[in-house]
Design a protein around this ligand. Structure first.
Ligand code: ADP
Length: 159
């Protein structure tokens, strides 16, 4: 039965990510949510350990999901864990452009792996980690978009 890798920054994990992980867990025997360790091109709010802890706690209700941190090429970690698919979430057409470029690059690097794009849940179609952080920083109510522990971590960071 196939294993899927769901990679991302998860800075921090939110309900849009969790929805994708839950749905991927219904399609695959096992889903490994992989938290990208220190992407050099991105300014992150949370450390890798913090992002890992928040993702692990937020996904603990999914029996066939596990969370890990990784460095290097996504296709390498996919091979290491025996995955046949890389899961990503798609919100708008703007996501499609980036995700298709990423998927085609990964396909060139590792032809044995397939990209599986899951369309966002309509409830979270506008949600991104950066918007979430901005609303939290400005004191807005973010409880509808995050599990309580993620909300607390954001509140703590911004007070
Ligand atoms: P990255 O830095 O790799 O883009 P993110 O943590 O921002 O990582 O997102 C990880 C994956 O989750 C990406 O495929 C992204 O498109 C998807 N995603 C982010 N927000 C949502 C959302 N609201 N609904 C569905 N998928 C989402």
């Amino acid at each position: 039965m196939p294993i899927a890798l769901y990679p991302g920054s998860f800075d921090p994990i939110h309900n849009g990510h969790i929805d994708i992980a839950e749905r991927a867990a219904r399609l695959f025997e096992r889903v490994v949510v992989a938290v990208y360790d220190s992407p050099s091109s991105k300014r992150l709010l949370f450390s890798t350990d913090e992002r890992l802890a928040l993702a692990t706690a937020s996904l603990s209700h999914i029996a066939n999901a596990q969370v890990m941190a990784y460095r290097g090429l996504t296709v390498d970690i996919a091979h290491e864990i025996g995955a046949t698919a890389i899961v990503r979430g798609l919100r708008a057409t703007s996501d499609y452009e980036y995700e298709s470029q990423l998927a085609l690059t990964n396909k060139a690097l590792a032809p044995d792996l397939d990209a599986v794009m899951l369309i966002t849940n309509l409830r979270y179609a506008y949600l991104s980690a950066s918007i979430l952080k901005e609303v939290a920083a400005l004191g807005g109510d973010i409880s509808r978009w995050t599990p309580p522990m993620v909300r607390e971590a954001l509140l703590k960071r911004f007070t």
